[in-house]
Design a protein around this ligand. Sequence first.
Ligand SMILES: *[C@@H]1O[C@H](CO)[C@@H](O)[C@H](O)[C@H]1NC(C)=O
Ligand SMILES: *[C@@H]1O[C@H](CO)[C@@H](O)[C@H](O)[C@H]1NC(C)=O
Ligand SMILES: *[C@@H]1O[C@H](CO)[C@@H](O)[C@H](O)[C@H]1NC(C)=O
Ligand SMILES: *[C@@H]1O[C@H](CO)[C@@H](O)[C@H](O)[C@H]1NC(C)=O
Ligand SMILES: *[C@@H]1O[C@H](CO)[C@@H](O)[C@H](O)[C@H]1NC(C)=O
Ligand SMILES: *[C@@H]1O[C@H](CO)[C@@H](O)[C@H](O)[C@H]1NC(C)=O
Ligand SMILES: *[C@@H]1O[C@H](CO)[C@@H](O)[C@H](O)[C@H]1NC(C)=O
Ligand SMILES: *[C@@H]1O[C@H](CO)[C@@H](O)[C@H](O)[C@H]1NC(C)=O
Length: 767
Amino acid sequence: MGHYNLFLVFCLTWSLLILGSHQLQSSQTQVLLQLKKHLEYPKQLEIWYDHGTDFCYTSSSTEVNITCENNFITGLKIKGDKQAKVSNFDGFAVASVTLSENFSMDSFITTLARLTSLRVLSLLSLGIWGPLPDKIHRLSSLEYLDLSSNFLYGSVPSKISTMVNLQTLILDGNFFNDTIPNSFDSLYNLTFLSLRNNKLKGPFPSSIQRIASLSDLDLSNNEISGSVLDLSSLSSLNMLNLSENKLDSELPALPRGLVMAFFSRNSFSSEIPEQYSQLSRLQHLDMSFNTVRGIPLAALFSLPNISYLNLASNMLNGSLPNSLNCGAKLGFVDISNNRITGELPACLSNESDKRVVKFGGNCLSSNAKNQHAKSYCLEIHVEKKERKQSGGKNVGILVGIIVGVLAIMVLLASGFLIVCRRYCPRGVSEQRLLHKAVQDNSAATFSAEILTSARFISNAANLGSEGLPACRSFTLEELKAATKNFDDSTFMGEGSYGKLYRGRLENGTQVAIRCLPSSKKYSIRNLKLRLDLLAKLRHPHLVCLLGHCIDGGGQDHYTVNKVFLIYEFVPDGNFRTHLSENTPGKVLNWSERLAVLTGVAKAVHFLHTGVIPGFFNNRLKTNNILLDEHRIAKLSDYGLSIVSEEISNIEGKQEDSKSWQMTKLEDDVFSFGFLLLESLVGSSVSANRRQFLREELESLNSQEGCRKIVNPVVMATSTQESLSIVISITIKCICSESWSRPSFEDILWNLQYAAQVQATVDNEHKY
Ligand SMILES: *[C@@H]1O[C@H](CO)[C@@H](O)[C@H](O)[C@H]1NC(C)=O
Ligand SMILES: *[C@@H]1O[C@H](CO)[C@@H](O)[C@H](O)[C@H]1NC(C)=O
Ligand SMILES: *[C@@H]1O[C@H](CO)[C@@H](O)[C@H](O)[C@H]1NC(C)=O
Ligand SMILES: *[C@@H]1O[C@H](CO)[C@@H](O)[C@H](O)[C@H]1NC(C)=O
Ligand SMILES: *[C@@H]1O[C@H](CO)[C@@H](O)[C@H](O)[C@H]1NC(C)=O
Ligand SMILES: *[C@@H]1O[C@H](CO)[C@@H](O)[C@H](O)[C@H]1NC(C)=O
Ligand SMILES: *[C@@H]1O[C@H](CO)[C@@H](O)[C@H](O)[C@H]1NC(C)=O
Ligand SMILES: *[C@@H]1O[C@H](CO)[C@@H](O)[C@H](O)[C@H]1NC(C)=O
């Protein structure tokens, strides 16, 4: 009986479907076949043979899906496989990536518009290229429009605002590079608007404020600038993603019902609005990498539903109350790299399985790990005061400031002469620093403060870096001349930080030129500030940064094509090649190795706590340590996370997670442990860290085991005592609990002691 019923139902559905489809108007069929031709016969559409094809019935898969109603096509979804993205699409067909140059977006849409009943249209990854024509509005019944992962560019047509039935509009992953039209408020049924991963410019469209039906808004990863106004009127909004743009206003007021908010990697610069403490449904809040100021809003931590809270890399100062309440669902908190002072509140300080807390790089007191040095925390106050003053927009103030700056420039110039006379040759770099500061704070009134900090810097820089040339900016032409237009013969290698070339400047200086992969994350101004910080890192055991070159492509002051870093050329190869016996004559003996390691440890200690502390993740490797003609060790590729965070993130993920259980800030001690290990046993370690750890680390503890794995050159040139000092500090560095690893001061002390022990014995043998 049951089977019979089922069969009946089946037959009924079948005949209904056949009725529905067989009568599909022939004009509609024709349109589909024309679309197939426009799309250059993608293999997903092979099932559409000819006019005989039963379109409404046959084709329903994840790739091709047609819905019909009353002899008309109401839904059309096609998903192609042209997903390969080119980084620099310039508006023309690219062979085997986009459709051919014969494709015309305009006639494609004209054809499509003949499907007058279309309510759902989704054309993904089909290589469709060209500007999206205004006539898209002819598809006036559309409720759902998704054209993601194609090659559409130009502006989002303003006529879209007449498509009043639209509920969902998705144009993700295209090349839209103009402004967003500001007439969305007529789309009163719009619930889902996503324009992420394009190159949209201009201001945030204020009309969005008035789409009361909107529940998801994603404009992330564009180049939208300016301010975001009050969004609290968007009463249905659940998800807001404005990450990775160039927004620089105050943080906007948010609607009470919001569940997820992403603001990261912009330049939002207010305090956290009090109003956020009322967002009772908020689960996920990410405002990392902005310039948010003030005291971290304690109420955020105790929101009833908050589970993810990321305030990292801002300018938050002040302290959190020790009695801070953490919401029951709070599982992840990141407040690292701010200037937060005081104690870490109890609910954040106890490591438990249910809550991950990151707090390094702050000014927290005593027992918190990886905090900035006092000097840095003090210096920040100075910097901030300047910032504040430069923020004034009042015209009157501006005029005053311009006059003031002129006067001050004169004063400074005469000041310079005096300073220069006293401190030359170091004065050259000092002059640059001040000069830079003048340019960057063009509206600031200079006071004793900046002079003080400049003196502070030069004093610290004085620790042995005299005679190093000043860092300057290079032109692309200079670099091309130095490298014969980046000729293959000058190519030295490629690492995760990009390609490395060898060059010779006009004055004969040999240089190494690192070409960082392009990053659209920073504006040129921001990048310059970062590069200036990097340039201040000067230490006898750091490869000297001679300058940089920002290739802006010459279009505007936002796009950065490439960044080149120009370093001194260090002639004698890297540490790794000096560790193995395969390169006879070059192999370093034990005390030479200790000298190299001590130098590197000093450099890293300087990066962590020196002039500008906080350069933690320096990805120490034996091939990043270069030796000059006197076999003085110099660390290269240091501090680069300040200009290219993404890269280091990716790298971190690829690493073996088990043996890398530590936060990013602690990397350096751990990696230094591997440097030590490699110096002990040779370069085989780095190839297979985990394997080595598991099987052979213990054998270092016994004299027997030592003899087996320690490099014979080391064995022959070291004393037992010196060796065991280094072995024991090595084991501490690579211990799996990050908290029990030693500090760099400890490491340095041990290395110097080991070297001393060795030297005493060596000298006894001599005489
Ligand atoms: C086809 O699309 C309709 C509506 O657009 C949807 O309900 C259905 O699940 C889709 N079918 C497949 C197989 O994806
Ligand atoms: C957008 O991109 C196209 C193609 O690359 C280019 O021709 C056009 O000038 C760009 N428009 C803007 C406003 O940048
Ligand atoms: C473009 O069209 C012309 C003429 O119709 C044809 O000869 C040519 O092969 C087409 N090019 C491609 C890449 O399809
Ligand atoms: C669109 O909005 C209007 C007015 O708010 C409403 O009457 C209509 O039902 C909505 N249409 C749909 C499909 O939600
Ligand atoms: C928001 O945008 C950022 C940047 O594009 C992305 O990493 C993040 O996953 C987005 N969040 C959501 C929920 O889509
Ligand atoms: C918290 O989230 C849950 C579901 O995730 C929801 O049921 C609850 O209403 C939310 N609490 C508040 C105060 O909105
Ligand atoms: C935080 O920084 C501001 C300047 O931006 C300063 O006025 C304020 O005193 C600082 N607060 C604390 C507690 O350090
Ligand atoms: C945190 O841990 C310490 C010692 O491990 C303990 O004394 C203290 O009570 C704990 N605090 C909380 C809030 O659990």
